[in-house]
Structure formats: structure tokens, C-alpha cells
Design a protein around this ligand. Structure first.
Ligand SMILES: [Zn+2]
Length: 55
């Protein structure tokens, strides 16, 4: 089924635009498409160096 691949991609983007629950956060400086790397107690943008502390 060719459709499987399409569903996978679309659901990925749907989650991204819907909520930040369990999905990687995007960088507020670089904008959508640039995700923050997850560390033990913080999120770090590998592109601009932005750091966001976890709660
Ligand atoms: Zn960034």
C-alpha cells in the first residue's frame, strides 16, 4: 500500500502543528522546521544555540 508512507508523513506534521505534548519542540528563533535537541534538563537548538530549560 503506497498510502502508508503518506499517512505517516501527514500525521507527523499534524502533531507538530497541534500540540507540543510529546513531540520535539521547535526553536523559537529559527522557526518551524528546526527542532530542539533534548537533554536531561534542557532543550538545545543545534543551529543557533538557543537553550530552553525543562520544567
Ligand atoms: Zn535555533
Amino acid at each position: 500500500m503506497v498510502r502508508n508512507a503518506t499517512v505517516k508523513v501527514s500525521s507527523y506534521y499534524a502533531v507538530e502543528g497541534d500540540t507540543l505534548k510529546r513531540v520535539k519542540k521547535t526553536c523559537p528563533k529559527c522557526g518551524p522546521g528546526v527542532f530542539l535537541a533534548e537533554h536531561a534538563d534542557r532543550l538545545v537548538c543545534g543551529r543557533c544555540g538557543y537553550v530552553e530549560k525543562k520544567k
